[in-house]
Design a protein around this ligand. Structure first.
Ligand code: ADP
Ligand code: TRP
Length: 321
């Protein structure tokens, strides 16, 4: 099965991203042909700080490699390395009714928030359709917010295929409804936009501990049993624990022998333990940027070959000289 996904280079990854998206990707690469790219052209449609765009692009690639994307199994590249996507974006624009784009929730949400709409924001779903159709992706793992973009991609592909024959594969979204929403330090959904994240990579153990200490808990006095049921620290500890450990933790909470500080320290330790191999790999890649660039170039080469073949067909059926 060919699985494809795009990752926006929009800042530091957090634990919600890891358990909500990255972990699935790592699992998917075992049984499938995974194509993953850093969607740096998409970042132009928002308010991305262009001074940081190039660094963020590389950082995302390094983060994914460190967390377990294996370049032997997965084709990894940066969107702007394969220019065919921009040609297909224009071609697909012909098959995209303006009304379809006007109905896009993400576009409407953004203008409702006061973002000045430009054409990049408006036509964002067409570029996403090009990303997907160019590579005949069968499955596309995305968050719920992207579901409509996948439906639009299918609409556009159907319109094109009706006119020109079966050129494009119709993709299906993989939306994991079971993935729990990971809470942030305030108990709301962990999200960059809420500034309530625990990032995956911190510069020091101290910085991570400081962040864990900010998790909001109740003010039960020391020596009294703690509730774990609605406890934000416990909710995060669970992610890093086996069933047996969870049962132990529950007992410890109720025992009255420990305060919240104890569990916050434990959380820090579990996070560090879990991501220790990723920290190591990340340090390595940061020292070996050439290797990262080689991986991206190699991925781009494979992706480009597929893209070029597809575009030749598209030009041929459309009479593009
Ligand atoms: P953010 O909300 O921080 O901007 P993104 O929208 O960039 O995060 O999300 C990238 C991916 O991570 C998506 O697939 C999304 O579903 C997943 N994700 C983000 N936050 C969470 C969370 N709190 N719980 C579960 N999954 C999440
Ligand atoms: N729009 C996606 C997001 O914000 C990123 C993306 C761009 C993407 N192109 C894609 C995802 C193609 C899947 C397939 O998360």
């Amino acid at each position: 099965m060919r699985v494809l996904t795009g990752i926006q280079p929009s800042g530091k990854l957090h634990i919600g991203n890891y358990f909500g998206a990255i972990k699935q990707m790592i699992d998917l690469q075992e049984q499938n042909e995974l194509f993953a790219f850093v969607a740096n052209y998409h970042a132009l449609s928002g308010g991305a700080d262009l001074k940081e765009l190039e660094q963020n692009t590389i950082d995302v690639a390094i983060d994914y490699l460190s967390l377990g994307i294996d370049p032997e199994k997965t084709v990894l590249w940066v969107q702007s390395q394969v220019k065919e996507v921009l040609e297909l974006y224009w071609v697909l624009s012909k098959y995209t009714p303006v009304g379809l784009l006007e109905r896009a929730h993400s576009y409407k949400d953004k203008i409702a928030k006061g973002i000045a709409p430009n054409h990049a924001l408006f036509s964002y779903p067409v570029l996403m359709a090009a990303d997907i159709l160019l590579f005949d992706a069968q499955k596309v793992p995305v968050g719920k917010d992207q579901k409509q973009h996948l439906e639009m991609t299918r609409d556009i592909a159907i319109k094109f295929n009706n006119e020109h024959g079966e050129i494009f594969t119709l993709p299906e979204a993989i939306i994991d409804e079971n993935v729990a929403t990971i809470p942030g330090i305030d108990g709301a959904k962990m999200s960059k936009s809420y500034k309530n994240t625990i990032e995956i990579f911190y510069d020091s153990e101290k910085a991570l501990q400081k962040r864990c200490n900010k998790i909001i808990t109740d003010s039960t006095p020391m020596g009294e049993p703690l509730e774990y049921e609605r406890n934000n620290v416990f909710a995060l500890l669970k992610l890093f624990s086996t069933q047996e450990e969870i049962e132990e933790l529950k007992k410890d909470y109720k025992s009255g022998n420990y305060g919240h500080g104890h569990f916050k320290k434990l959380l820090k330790e579990k996070i560090l333990n879990h991501f220790a191999p990723a920290y190591e790999k990340r340090a390595y890649y940061q020292e070996h940027l050439d290797e990262v660039k080689d991986i991206l170039n190699e991925g781009a080469k494979k992706a480009r070959k597929i893209a070029q073949e597809k575009m030749e067909k598209v030009r041929e059926v459309m009479g593009i000289y």
